[in-house]
Design a protein around this ligand. Sequence first.
Ligand code: ADP
Length: 448
Amino acid sequence: LPKEADVVVIGGGGAGLTSAIAAHEKGAKVILIEKTELLGGNTNYATAGLNAAGTKIQEKLGEKDSPELFYEDTMKGGKNKNNKELVKVLANNSSAIVDWLIERGADLSELTSTGGQSAKRTHRPTGGSAVGPNIVSALSKTAENEKIDIRKGTKAIALVKGKNRIVGVKVKEADGKEYTIKAKAVIVATGGFGANAKMVEKYNPKLKGFGSTNNPAIVGDGIIMVEKVGGALVDMKEIQTHPTVVHKKTNMITEAVRGEGAILVNKDGKRFIDELETRDVVSKAILEQKGKSAFLVFDEGIRTKLKAADGYVKKGFAVEGTLEEIATKIGTDAKTLEATLNKYNEAVKNKVDSEFNKKTLPKELTGTKYYAIEISPAVHHTMGGVRINANAEVLGKNGRPIKGLYAAGEVTGGIHGANRIGGNAVADITIFGKIAGENAATYSKSVK
Ligand code: ADP
């Protein structure tokens, strides 16, 4: 195996795959190392879609939107804690990344919406199937066709620092064998730390005891390695909990179910929040209900329209039946649940939710068949991480780039501020993945 490359990418999720392909297409010799036997990381769990504004797809479907509006929604969602420069990069490059991904085999031809957005800009595959696996599969095939050197079962254990730049990565294979790969530039794309309960608790003690939706490999390796070579971290306490995770399990129920019109009721059969509020607000509201959980209620129309919803039913997460039957199954009063639904449908009809001021009222819940899934919040996304600039260069504590070191994806911080909008992660990891790949390739050519 060659032990030298222009660019070494650490991590084979959405950010890593994108940056490896982008660097390769710029003419760099790339090695990508992935510690597990599977590519995709948390990206494989990304369901809702990729947020982008001003795309050809939006134009075709008659959806009015602009990068400025995308910027504003993202800043507002992140409580203005976001790094403005990075959010501008996100918004302004979003339309182009959709084209780039489609050219490389991804399907992003449908539009939906998630909480906190003022336009339909969440691009997803046909039929509402999950975006993450679609992108990972398209990019894996592209990387394979391009014969990019991908080494699975190979874990990065340290960044190697030379006199004034990063010069390589120390790795460990599954059998324990260690070696160093010499590199002119290194891209850290190891994902966040949502599956590292100790690290979550260290940075945000309030989340002690929370479950996690993350892939078990997502434990903050990159953040720790970057810190050791003097990299700065940002927003580490900003950890997003996903409001709708199957109660006492790790399976997340995509926000798209609420996007299509599902409502949330508590154990008393009553609504308690605008279901499409931002994730932090919805999570908090659920934890305030009896038993710290709630039920996501939807009808046959939503199940038929959204593949993911159908999948949850098939996986056995939902109780199903007439409204009366599901009321019994979730242990609530049927009359109350019926009244809740009637009142909600009335609000949809009148386009005014006087109770919870829900701004988007997708549809009435109708028919004879309903579903209810018990859900509660769990750690979902770590918004903080390695500090980067608009070129995806890792910044040192003095604010200056560490030469030869780039980072992209969930390992970085600053883009989502204090709260990430659903669908913004897939945009983030691919946009900054591409920037990191291209810039690392260019930089590598300047190194003798
Ligand atoms: P992102 O969305 O930012 O791309 P993902 O969670 O999708 O992040 O992917 C991160 C990938 O990085 C995962 O496949 C994970 O197994 C891999 N990874 C994490 N730590 C290491 C490490 N130390 N060495 C190699 N790969 C790693």
